[in-house]
Design a protein around this ligand. Structure first.
Ligand code: ADP
Length: 317
């Protein structure tokens, strides 16, 4: 019997629970013994490692977040604690690891592999969709759906009151969530860190639209832009002459019932990750691109900045 474990590291996303559930079921089907590691790399160091049963994952499919929890671990940055982590894995006879996380987590994992030979496959998981080498990260679709529901609700109140709403989405330095939400909600303005903008270039057009009967504006701005969302709202008040409000969506974008697409991607990512490890892919990240699923190296994934899809970007010009 081969022992294999899964953990979550860094920011949680909806889709982690479906991935953990499928991990348990798929590995058992493959004749492996699955283990769950609670609390990310912290749990790896503290030996929060437990053999998984079907009961552990019953009913988790519909829950956002991760029931085995995640963490950021300063201790995992030091060789001394990684040694402790290795001893814990040895005690359970585990030499294969699936990690749901971001590029930081994968970098740590790679160091761990080089030091101790624990084979791994990373599954890109972040709502920001900012991991290089993959077009899709687990959790993005659920986040986009939550943003969609929020924008639809805000549109109702914006139109009732003749207001401009500035809706701020997450994404750190990546404007993906804002851009896709803009394209799919028909908002009037989208500001993202990848594109320079001059608010005054919209002034004449927006004023003309008001004259022609426009009663509200929706602006979707990414948290990574240089200006504060309130400054954008002030511009609508002072330069366009429409009362304005800011709505920062914040962490609601991270949670919620995982979408069908995230559940399916969780399923496929896990299949590829487990199959890869069994076929001798000892240190990879499973990525999804236009050409399908591909195993990529840590260097491809974690050491290059992700560029926003030029096709999507071109729609903003
Ligand atoms: P993400 O995986 O979402 O990018 P972080 O960058 O916060 O999140 O990384 C998550 C965790 O991965 C860190 O808290 C740390 O435990 C581990 N990690 C990141 N970089 C390294 C590194 N260079 N060496 C060891 N561990 C690391």
């Amino acid at each position: 019997m081969k022992n294999i474990a899964i953990l979550c590291s860094g920011g949680d996303v909806s889709g982690m629970n479906p991935a953990i559930k499928h991990f348990v079921e798929y590995t058992k089907k493959k004749g492996l013994t699955p283990f769950l590691i609670y609390d990310g790399y912290e749990g790896l160091i503290d030996n929060a490692i437990y053999q998984a049963s079907y009961e552990d994952v019953a009913g988790v499919m519909i829950r956002g977040g991760t029931f085995i929890r995640s963490s950021r671990s300063k201790r995992f940055m030091s060789a001394e604690f990684r040694q402790k982590a290795k001893e814990n894995l040895d005690a359970h006879n585990i030499d294969m690891l699936l990690v749901l996380g971001g590029d930081g987590s994968f970098r740590g994992l790679h160091i761990f592999y080089k030091e101790h030979g624990i084979k791994f496959c990373g599954i890109p998981s972040t709502i920001d969709n900012d991991i290089n080498g993959t077009d899709y990260c687990l959790g993005v679709d659920t986040a986009l759906n939550i943003i969609k529901t929020s924008i639809d609700a805000i549109r109702d109140t914006a139109s009732s009151f003749r207001r401009a709403f500035v809706i701020e989405t997450m994404g750190r330095d990546c404007g993906y969530l804002a851009l896709v939400s803009h394209l799919t909600s028909g908002s009037e303005l989208c500001l993202i860190p990848e594109l320079k903008y001059d608010l005054n270039s919209y002034k004449e057009e927006f004023k003309k639209q008001i004259q022609n009967g426009r009663k509200y504006f929706i602006a979707i701005v990414s948290e990574g832009i240089k200006q504060d969302s309130q400054e954008i709202a002030d511009w609508f008040e002072n330069e366009i002459g429409m009362e304005s409000r800011v709505s920062v969506l914040g962490h609601i974008q991270r949670g919620g019932n995982p979408s069908i697409y995230d559940r399916l991607m969780a399923y496929k990512f896990v299949n590829y990750a487990v199959d890869g490890l069994l076929r001798g892919k000892d240190e990879s990240v499973i990525c999804y691109t236009k050409s399908g699923f591909e195993y990529k190296s840590i260097d491809d994934v974690a050491n290059h900045k992700k560029e926003l899809d030029p096709e999507l970007l071109s729609y903003l010009n």
